[in-house]
Design a binder for this molecule. Structure first.
Ligand code: THG
Length: 397
């Protein structure tokens, strides 16, 4: 087997200029071979000067272009094109499709509409988080689960076999492209026409580009507004990327990617970082997507009902961290109150808006009150911190 080093890729710790730890000279590179997929847009992403990648669903995902902070301001002020091909689609079709999708999630899908996107925790038999996809309902017997970073295909296939369901479960070649930022709607209208404007949040329509149909949803992994376009044809995808980049006169369009500062401020959780199979959706603060008393059948229902009837023991909260600029949060940082361990910070970044560190933390009951003072053990010392609601809100002073 000939593994070929291709993209020089910064180490897990990332580039220094992003405020992240790690060597600055002769960093090891990530060897990219068949098991780690590039995407149909990779040539464009590299031509735009991507600085760092992560691997998500076995696929490259950019993590910075200029610096985290420059990318952050650009995303909040203008419009960015993101290669989010790593959001793979698990396609479930057939007479038992609705039953299988409902078996996987505590969210009540019985009244979901065709053309609707639904953020849906997936849980195992103990209520542990398996994934947190966006479900796209194409029809009663046709769904896409637009997945976060875990192998949902295998879980869904196992359930389909085990329950003897009449469905097909596949991972089609679909390459989502996100257009995010306050000017996203104007840019999209230049490509798809005025029909994009009436698409409501978390709804999708089929629009045409170069006479070819494309699924266009008003969704995306930022709080700045925008769309996701689900492309099935590599050539069409490149033409779409180029058209978006070339049609942005006056809109300051640029390349981008999910931005860790913006997503922490916005309270968007990252599966594998902020939550794992060891956490339940109730602990993740996703109870509004759990219809535990609805007359629906889903895996983990008994465990979640038991948890909900007792006291949920831990909860994801925001934390503000004070002091020097933070390094990257590679392994979780212990949180302490009165000298006792009370939780872990699982994601952190330096917020230019709040002028302090911002983090997402899983905290024990009794320590959830906004303003509660705690300390966080970061790799270079102990920092004072305070507990916050998610999303982070601007102080109204
Ligand atoms: N888009 C698509 N697929 C995805 C993501 C995405 N799969 C992986 C990952 N992101 C899933 N995680 C999230 C988390 C939050 C949201 C979307 C995907 C999100 N939440 C809304 C919010 O917090 O404002 C609320 C959604 C709702 O209430 O239904 O947008 O980004 N295709």
């Amino acid at each position: 087997m000939t593994d070929r080093p291709t993209t020089p890729t910064p180490s897990a710790a990332g580039p220094k200029e992003d405020g992240q730890a790690g060597p600055t000279t002769s960093r090891p590179v990530l060897t990219v071979a068949r098991r780690i997929h590039g995407t149909i847009y990779s040539s464009r992403v590299e031509a735009q000067g991507v600085k760092s990648y992560t691997v998500y669903n076995h696929t490259l995902l950019a993590t910075s272009f200029r610096s985290l902070e420059e990318d952050y301001w650009h995303l909040k002020q203008h419009v960015q094109i993101w290669d989010v091909s790593c959001e793979r689609q698990v396609e479930i079709r057939g007479p038992d499709a609705a039953r299988l999708v409902q078996l996987m999630t505590p969210r009540d899908l019985t009244r979901a509409a065709t053309g609707q996107c639904l953020y849906a925790p997936l849980v195992d038999e103990s209520g542990g988080m398996i994934n947190d996809p966006v479900v796209l309902k194409h029809s009663e017997d046709h769904y896409w689960l637009s997945i976060a970073d875990s192998d949902v295909l295998l879980w869904a296939k196992g359930l389909a076999c085990g329950f003897g369901l009449d469905v097909s479960v596949e991972q089609p070649e679909v390459w989502p492209l996100a257009v995010q930022g306050p000017k996203a709607e104007d840019l999209m209208a230049r490509i798809f026409g005025e029909e994009v404007r009436p698409i409501r949040f978390f709804r999708f329509r089929t629009l045409t580009f170069r006479d070819q149909p494309l699924v266009v949803a008003r969704s995306g992994f930022s709080k700045q507004g925008g769309f996701e376009i689900f492309v099935g044809e590599p050539e069409l995808g490149l033409a779409l990327w180029d058209a978006l980049m070339e049609s942005g006169q006056g809109l300051n369009v640029g390349p981008g990617c999910p931005n860790v500062i913006e997503r922490i401020e916005g309270g968007l959780l990252s599966y594998g970082n902020d939550m794992t199979r060891g956490d339940t959706p109730l602990e993740c603060g996703l109870d509004r997507y759990c219809a535990l008393e609805a007359p629906i059948e889903f895996i983990g229902r008994d465990a979640l009902r038991r948890e909900a009837r007792g006291d949920v023991r831990r909860l994801i909260r925001g934390v503000r961290l004070y002091g020097e600029a933070l390094p990257a949060c590679v392994t979780p940082w212990p949180v302490r109150a009165d000298g006792r361990d009370i939780g872990l910070v699982t994601s952190a970044a330096n917020s230019p808006t709040f002028n302090c560190g911002v983090g997402i933390a899983m905290l024990d009951r009794g320590h959830w009150r906004p303003g509660e003072e705690v300390t966080v053990e970061v790799p270079d010392g102990v920092r004072p911190a305070t507990v916050e609601d998610l999303p982070f809100a601007m102080a109204s002073s």
